[in-house]
Design a protein around this ligand. Structure first.
Ligand code: ADP
Ligand code: MG
Length: 591
């Protein structure tokens, strides 16, 4: 090794650029942040070839004094921070003073600016870190930054750029993350001369979400607003029915800054637990405000991550608030009117047949693998709910009607008259939901009752399965499933959760074993308990095809009212659909 020497500024900047500037989207993010920090009311972004050839950002902000132009392009030069103390009460998006210098070291950059009120403006160019002389510039007040040929002098990095479409999608994402929290700011984005986004200054948060993600998402949002200790929470969460295959539509902002935060994501997932199918993700736009001394934003080069002083407190607060909001909302699925956008598969409209509940109920069939999860169950309700003609007439005298009045159709659906219209309830999904909520509630309150078996049930399992079960003895016991080794490959089952009623404990237990077998790596305790509760609820619930007695229907409906969150089954399917009087009137062209 040679002697130690100070690196030249151009090299230092290129190293910094390696951290801050990954692709054109990073440049757009930095330039937009600068424009916002400058107090702009309008910012126009123009890019060519996904930003690889040109990125131009023009703002109407405070501008830069001609004498400061070279400083703006030098490393660790900023107008946003004076001393170390300021680091802990940052009110601007930028503060590190390295973005412009970094970009200037790896592209051909022109910075033109005119402070409001100045008679004239000035410009300076920087090519691969080589700064040119400041010259006069005759432009409008504000700042105009042009970045051409990104990475022209760093061929390895240029090679890593993807095609214009991919770069553009990253760039657009950066744009969205800054446009959502900055209400009042008029923003445009053009690609190769074509307008991609135009966000008016007057567009509120909902409008912005609608512009970026469409009307369907916007219409499924529920406002969240809460305050606790140092935390303030605002924004929107979507109805679970709006779920997505990935977490891309979960946006978190802390003090107006977009962040990626494992804790916040986890909190959101906790809030939706039981409302979404496994592997599906919620849609949310959440804004957290905390006093600056409660959050450190200087832990990541692009400030995409932050550190909270009380992360658990925030996580708990967010999960509770969002969960409460989701439960408060009536999530009963609604029949979509003919004019509503409908992207679901269309089902042929079968002629419904109606049948009053006959006494008495047949004994429930032996539990078999849940037969109710077929594609046909996830389709939209018939668009035109034409009853059989003539109008359904009860085939025999109805028994004293349970309150509310309900009919069972196809041994699967309960049709209930409610003041707003008619509810169609999936008996299995509803019962499953009720059982799941009861398990959850009792487990949470620490009083999950066990039903002890008079004679322990021996369950024969292959040796490795028996071992697997015994390995999870503690978690199973928490859920009321007490097991004991009984020599060889036999496991004794001593008890099961009382709320699950009279279904055979054996079958439920076997379903639990099957679940354990499918898992290569077992989830954490909470997830495990949750999965098992969903599974047991599913297996213990009445099934499609079970003829219910009026008493059973009445009991189910009464429990539905008691269980606040009975709108979705634990797998995320809705438990009921509401056909409002208005919907029906419209479908029958009465209005
Ligand atoms: P930082 O934003 O962290 O301060 P930058 O390198 O992004 O660092 O910018 C350096 C300085 O240049 C800023 O502190 C600001 O004074 C000035 N500046 C950059 N862009 C603009 C702009 N669009 N309008 C006004 N001033 C700007
Ligand atoms: Mg900056």
């Amino acid at each position: 090794m040679g002697r130690i020497q100070q690196l030249p500024a151009t090299v230092v900047n290129q190293i910094a650029a390696g951290e801050v500037i990954e692709r054109p989207a990073s440049v757009v993010k930095e330039l937009l942040e600068n424009a916002i920090d400058a107090g702009s009311t309008r910012v126009d972004v123009d890019v060519e070839q996904g930003g690889a050839d040109l990125i131009r950002v023009v703002d109407d902000g405070c501008g830069i004094h001609a004498d400061d132009l070279p400083l703006a392009l030098s490393n660790h030069a900023t107008s946003k921070l004076r001393g170390a103390d300021d680091l802990f009460r940052i009110g601007t998006l930028g503060f590190r003073g390295e973005a412009l210098a970094s970009v200037g070291s790896i592209a051909r950059l022109t910075l033109q600016s005119r402070p409001a009120g100045a008679a004239a403006g000035a410009e300076v160019a920087c090519q691969g870190g080589q700064l040119a002389a400041v010259r006069a510039w005759n432009g409008a007040p504000g700042t105009r930054v042009e970045v051409r040929h990104l990475f022209f002098n760093v061929p390895v990095r240029r090679k890593f750029l993807r095609g214009p479409a991919t770069e553009m999608s990253h760039l657009s994402e950066a744009f969205v993350r800054l446009a959502l929290p900055h209400l009042g700011l008029h923003l445009t984005l053009r690609h190769n001369g074509k307008l991609v986004h135009d966000v008016p200054g007057a567009a509120g948060l909902l409008d912005r979400i609608g512009l970026f993600f469409g009307r369907a998402v916007r219409e499924q949002l529920r406002a969240v607003e809460a305050q606790q200790g140092p935390f303030t929470l605002g924004g929107y969460v979507a109805d679970p029915g709006c779920e997505r295959g990935g977490p891309q539509m979960q946006y978190f902002f802390v003090n107006g800054r977009w962040v990626r935060d494992r804790l916040l994501s986890q909190a959101l997932q906790d809030a939706y637990r039981g409302l979404l199918m496994t592997g599906r993700h919620a849609v949310a736009f959440l804004f957290v405000e905390v006093p600056p001394e409660h959050v450190d934003v200087n832990v990541h080069p692009t400030k995409a991550e932050v550190r909270f002083r009380d992360p658990e407190g925030l996580q708990h607060f967010l999960a509770e608030e969002v969960r409460g909001r989701l439960q408060a909302q009536d999530l009963t699925g609604r029949l979509r009117g003919p004019d509503a956008p409908d992207d679901r598969p269309k089902a042929a409209a079968p002629e419904p047949t109606f049948d009053f509940v006959p006494p008495p109920a047949l004994p429930p069939p032996e539990p078999s693998p849940a037969p109710v999860r077929g594609a046909e169950r996830q389709t939209a309700p018939p668009r035109e709910a034409r009853p059989a003609s003539p109008l359904p007439v009860p085939r025999r005298e109805s028994p004293p009607a349970p309150v509310p009045r309900a009919l069972q159709a196809h041994d699967l659906y309960l049709l209930v008259e409610v003041p707003e219209g008619v509810l169609v309830i999936d008996q299995h999904a509803l019962h499953e939901r009720i059982l799941y909520e009861q398990l959850r509630e009792r487990l949470g309150a620490g009083n999950l009752e066990k039903q002890r078996l008079l004679v322990p049930e021996p369950v024969d399992l292959p040796a490795h399965q028996a071992a697997l079960v015994l390995e999870h003895e503690a978690a199973l016991a928490e859920l009321g499933l007490e097991v004991e080794a009984f020599g060889g490959s036999t496991v004794l089952l001593h008890s099961f959760p009382a709320v699950l009623g009279k279904r055979t404990p054996q079958a439920i237990f076997r379903a639990v074993v099957d679940y354990l077998l499918t898992k290569e790596k077992l989830p954490d305790r909470e997830q495990l308990l949750n999965d098992l509760m969903a599974l047991m609820a599913c297996h213990a619930a009445v099934r499609a095809g079970d003829r219910l007695t009026p008493g059973e229907i009445g009991e189910l409906l009464a429990q539905r009212v008691r269980a606040g969150a009975s709108h979705h089954c634990p797998h995320g399917r809705p438990t009921s659909l509401l056909f409002t009087l208005h919907d029906l009137e419209r479908q029958f062209r009465r209005v």
